[in-house]
Unconditional design. Structure first.
Length: 762
């Protein structure tokens, strides 16, 4: 019996030793577009903060930014670029690759009728996704498709059946929620092609064109089989023909594609409005055909250089292993002990999603296209884009200030240089490549990220330009003109006034730090503007019109969704005064009344966290609210509710994220809260303490130091902090300073099953 136990322990230890952090990642978490709770993530291969994401595209258009939903049983192909967890129509999905056999079809077909096009059904039972790897069996063609990637290149491995007419076809027009404007392709040597794909707002894409997305993707693709029987299909799209998403789906447009001209064995450049490329070959049963694709937003030459620098000399398995090792290293910024294997899978899948964006857009030589249309080169920072500011300033950026401050620095340098390059001299709230998507959401989140970084000593950016652009931004969007923001069709008065008041506080603190006394006085006064939309007759915030008159009260009252509030209601948005909690408490009627209102909010929240009028974790405006209890002297309620949210709003599988992932925000909230910390007010250097999910969380800091949070006697029932020590000394605060984390050390929390009913908390 003893020998059996010893053997069991040895086997268990060996299995544990072989487990890598990347093994805990499930890219399928959140990979659905169904319902309000859709995470809208993609399951394909990505690298940490890399440019390329090679992933299946199953759906065209709609509010489906990732182009994929797990419920779909057929796939259009596998594209090189994706968006993670957003709606508003989405974009990218460029360079759509499909391995096929038999007669070539030129239109994609539909989910309802895949047989009318090249779309293929795929085996959902064997569909596989891991960090840096994706595979699917295309049952209509008998082909197994595998893919991995490096930061700038995608790598495909296709295993074919025996067939005299096997093929790789590439739809160069494909774009989520739109189409590309212009494509060009040329053959290079015996086994490569290069070209570009031009995308503009006229053809839809991000925000169905309203996001002003404009970019050119250059590509260089190398095939393991020589190009002997190859060509393009080119549809004749009349000048002036509408080409947005709905137009492309209409029968007349689809007929234009069906009638496309096929040009075989072409020489030189082929350019057109609707191009696809194909190469055909004979295959034996089980024969593998490889394709490597480098991309760049600068030139085809740069795309080739990117590929050659990263994967030119590698086989598929070697490229995947390098990618996997990169994920192991990235995920190791936080290591956890204790908790269940399920909780570890949820945690590391969340950390994985945090590390998709902001993505690298510069080439390996530092070149990138600037906002002025010119090519720039930088060696002082990595050019990054895709900044979903209204979302990520709340959790993702504060998390990255701990585990990856260089990414925050890169992002700020990228935003600041863009504001100068494009001549706008202001900071946009949602940036897609070089495009300012001002219609997307509200607030001035870049100002928040700037001051949060500056306050934490992350200052490797031009602070003078940042401040000047912040001033300009606050003039364009802020409370300066009226002392509040009037209600419009989209920009709700309560949401805008409160969000601008917060970033006006950020501006005040930045002005103070830079010695700008007059500016400090101006902005600190504006930071109180939230008071100007407080309606004392209803004892809550309420929208005003341009004349300063409160809008009519409605039957739903402060629970009326989108009435003066953006993607929420006035009750939810009204808690967003993070920079002046004492002022908020005074308006509400004191501490006791405020606590009752908070208790009312959580008492009416559904246990499954489905979309609701109370604590609606599915969307960002409420994400700081559980931690307000710390500020009000009842920290045990922060511990109770943050732990409850971690346990019930985050799961395994496709419904593992309760709302749109929003480029890392939803997952970052979990990573922080499960670690036992979360900010209320980015710009302040304090992280509120709460109940950790794990027994031990180790932040492996960029400096080489470690900061450990150890929860002693932690369990699903022992969720309350009884006492704590910091570096061996008694610690009576219920928050941690950023500086204490970054200099390394250990916070030990004694956990128990009963709340510590003391105003001081832990």
């Amino acid at each position: 019996m003893k020998r059996f136990l010893v053997l069991f322990v040895i086997i268990a230890l060996q299995a544990q030793a072989q487990t890598r952090l990347s093994d805990y990642v499930d890219p399928f978490v959140g990979a659905t577009t169904q319902g309000y709770e859709a995470g809208k993530t993609f399951p394909g291969a990505a690298s940490p903060f890399g440019l390329v994401q090679v992933s299946p595209n199953t759906i065209y258009g709609g509010d489906n930014g990732s182009g994929y939903s797990y419920e779909h049983e057929s796939v259009e192909g596998f594209a090189l670029t994706q968006m993670s967890g957003c709606g508003w129509g989405g974009d990218l999905g460029n360079f759509l690759v499909l391995p096929a056999t038999g007669e070539m079809k030129l239109v994609a077909g539909t989910l309802d009728n895949p047989d009318e096009g090249y779309r293929s059904r795929f085996n959902k039972q064997t569909e596989t996704a891991r960090a840096g790897y994706y595979s699917a069996e295309l049952t209509d063609y008998g082909v197994k498709a595998e893919m991995t990637c490096s930061p700038h290149a995608g790598f495909f491995r296709f295993t074919y059946p025996e067939n005299r007419q096997s093929r790789i076809q590439i739809d160069l027009t494909h774009r989520v929620a739109g189409t590309s404007a212009l494509q060009k392709v040329r053959r290079v040597g015996d086994n490569a092609i290069e070209g570009y794909i031009v995308c503009t707002p006229k053809e839809g894409g991000w925000g169905y064109g309203n996001g002003k997305a404009e970019y050119t993707l250059h590509f260089y693709a190398v095939f393991s089989k020589p190009l002997k029987n190859y060509g393009v299909w080119s549809a004749n799209i009349p000048d002036g023909h509408p080409r947005k998403m709905d137009d492309v789906l209409k029968d007349d447009y689809q007929q234009l594609i069906k009638d496309a001209t096929i040009i075989r064995d072409f020489q030189g450049d082929i350019e057109g409005k609707h191009l696809g490329f194909f190469t055909e070959f004979e295959t034996k049963a089980g024969e593998q055909v490889l394709m490597k694709v480098g991309v760049s937003f600068v030139s085809e030459k740069s795309a080739a250089a990117n590929l050659n620098a990263e994967i030119a000399d590698m086989d598929f398995d070697g490229a995947y292993e390098r990618n996997r090792a990169a994920w192991d290293k990235a995920l190791a910024t936080i290591t956890v002990k204790g908790g269940s294997e399920k909780q570890k899978r949820i945690f590391y899948s969340a950390l994985y999603h945090v590390m998709i964006d902001p993505r690298l857009v510069a080439d390996v030589d530092g070149k990138y296209p600037g906002g002025d249309g010119q090519i720039h080169e930088t060696s002082s920072f990595n050019k990054r884009m895709f900044f979903s500011g209204w979302d990520v300033f709340r959790s993702q950026m504060p998390l990255l200030t701990i585990i990856a401050p260089q990414i925050v620095s890169d992002m700020l340098n990228s935003l600041i240089t863009l504001a100068k390059e494009n001549g706008s001299n202001y900071l946009c709230r949602w940036v897609f490549f070089n495009s300012y998507s001002d219609e997307c959401m509200v607030g001035n989140p870049t100002i928040s990220v700037i001051y949060d970084a500056y306050a934490k000593g992350i200052r490797n950016f031009d602070i003078d330009k940042a401040y000047r652009f912040g001033v300009n931004t606050s003039k364009i969007w802020g409370n300066e003109r009226l002392g509040f923001m009037p209600d419009t069709v989209w920009r709700g008065s309560v949401s805008t006034t409160l969000e601008y008041a917060y970033t006006e506080w950020c501006m005040a603190q930045l002005a103070k730090a830079l010695g700008k006394k007059d500016d400090y006085k101006k902005y600190i006064k504006l930071s109180k503007s939230y008071r100007n939309v407080w309606n004392d007759s209803i004892k809550w915030f309420w929208p005003k019109n341009e004349k300063g008159e409160f809008l009519p009260y409605t039957k739903r009252g402060r629970l009326h969704e989108n009435y003066g509030a953006v993607e929420c209601n006035p009750f939810q948005q009204g808690w967003f005064v993070p920079h002046d909690i004492p002022g908020l408490v005074k308006l509400i009627g004191g501490k006791d009344k405020t606590l009752k209102e908070l208790d009312y909010l959580f008492a009416n929240t559904p246990a499954d966290f489905s979309w609701n009028e109370f604590y609606n974790h599915s969307n960002e405006p409420v994400h700081h609210i559980p931690f307000l209890y710390n500020r009000l002297g009842e920290p045990w309620k922060t511990q109770r509710w943050s732990r409850f949210i971690c346990d019930n709003a985050y799961k395994e599988g496709i419904h593992g994220i309760i709302g749109n992932e929003d480029l890392g925000q939803m997952s970052a909230w979990y990573v922080l809260a499960a670690s036992g910390i979360h900010p209320v007010c980015p710009g302040e250097t304090r992280f509120e303490l709460t109940s950790p999910v794990f027994d031990e969380i180790c932040f492996n800091l960029p400096s080489g130091k470690t900061f450990i949070i150890k929860a002693i006697n932690n369990s699903p029932t022992n969720i309350y902090i009884q006492s704590s020590t910091l570096n061996g000394k008694k610690y009576n605060k219920y928050y941690l300073e950023y500086g204490d984390i970054m200099k390394g050390g250990m916070l030990e929390l004694q956990m128990g099953g009963k709340p510590m009913m003391s105003a001081g908390g832990a």
